[in-house]
Design a protein around this ligand. Structure first.
Ligand SMILES: C[S@@+](CC[C@H](N)C(=O)[O-])C[C@H]1O[C@@H](n2cnc3c(N)ncnc32)[C@H](O)[C@@H]1O
Length: 253
């Protein structure tokens, strides 16, 4: 995905297509986080960087009350539509507009790394979480575990660019170290498989190059299709095998 992580308007601009092409993709890790935090009736859950609201909807379906924050107004609109009982606000992770201790469980999926300063914003997630509550975070695992990274590396090379190194949070132990450094006690962590399916070449190219204009997508389409040749399915689509890392930690009581 070629969305500029630090640009709220960029996420608003692609919100609808993001939801269609990628919205359900993180469901396996969402289920793991909701199970690990025992989210259910009576749980007050806050999802930071909630995107188009899929995790909020799953939390509501389990009987929890749900709040969500995202700085992209386009995402907030979709999240309110998908999870209408949730309290969804336009907000950055660094400045959450809720009082101290207002959530039992605070989650962030594929969002903390986009703030540019995960260690700097984590205390804000802890602040809004009740003492003895849970903070649950997840993001892409290291590149070697993700077919999408192989395709994106081919795109980078076609643009005379070098794929960047894995960020610390993608590596084994990275999320655990982040949470422990903030004074939390890690209770669970691990890897979750999260395959992504594209029905045909067009869906593959539009999904991988989400955020690029039509001309750039057309120019890079042969690179994307070529790089994904090994991931073709018998039906003419593609299945990219990817993985997330997650960690769940308790705030001081
Ligand atoms: C890759 S999407 C993930 C959305 C959702 N959490 C999911 O798992 O589908 C990243 C989201 O993080 C949001 N985001 C970007 N910068 C952020 C920040 N500083 N604080 C909170 N959310 C941010 C974006 O607007 C976008 O909705």
């Amino acid at each position: 995905m070629q969305v500029d992580g630090g640009d709220d308007d960029a996420w608003s601009a692609v919100a609808g297509e993001w939801a269609d092409r990628w919205g359900a993709f993180a469901d396996p890790v969402r289920a793991v986080l909701l199970d690990a935090t025992r989210t259910g009736p009576g749980t007050r859950l806050l999802d930071v960087g909630c995107g188009s609201g899929e995790l909020l909807a799953l939390a509501l379906a389990r009987g929890a009350s749900a709040s969500g924050a995202d700085p992209a107004p386009g995402m907030v609109h979709l999240a309110r539509t998908r999870a209408h009982e949730a309290d969804v606000r336009v907000a950055e992770a660094a400045a959450l507009p809720w009082p101290d201790a207002s959530a039992d469980v605070t989650t962030a999926v594929n969002a903390l790394e986009l703030t540019g300063d995960p260690a700097g914003v984590l205390p804000e997630l802890v602040r809004v979480t009740a003492p003895g509550g849970l903070v649950a975070v997840a993001n892409w695992a290291e590149a070697a575990r993700n077919d999408l990274d192989a395709v994106e590396a081919a795109v980078a090379r076609a643009l005379d660019d070098e794929p960047g190194p894995d960020g610390e949070l993608r590596l084994p132990g990275g999320l655990e170290r982040l949470l422990a450094a903030a004074g939390l006690t890690v209770e669970a962590s691990g890897l979750v498989e999260a395959p992504w399916d594209a029905s045909d070449d067009d869906a593959l190219v539009r999904g991988v190059l989400l955020g690029e204009d039509d001309a750039t997508q057309a120019e890079l389409a042969p690179t994307v299709v070529g790089a994904a040749a090994g991931f073709r399915t018998a039906g003419g689509g593609y299945r990219l095998r990817n993985a997330f890392r997650y960690a769940v930690a308790r705030t001081p009581g």
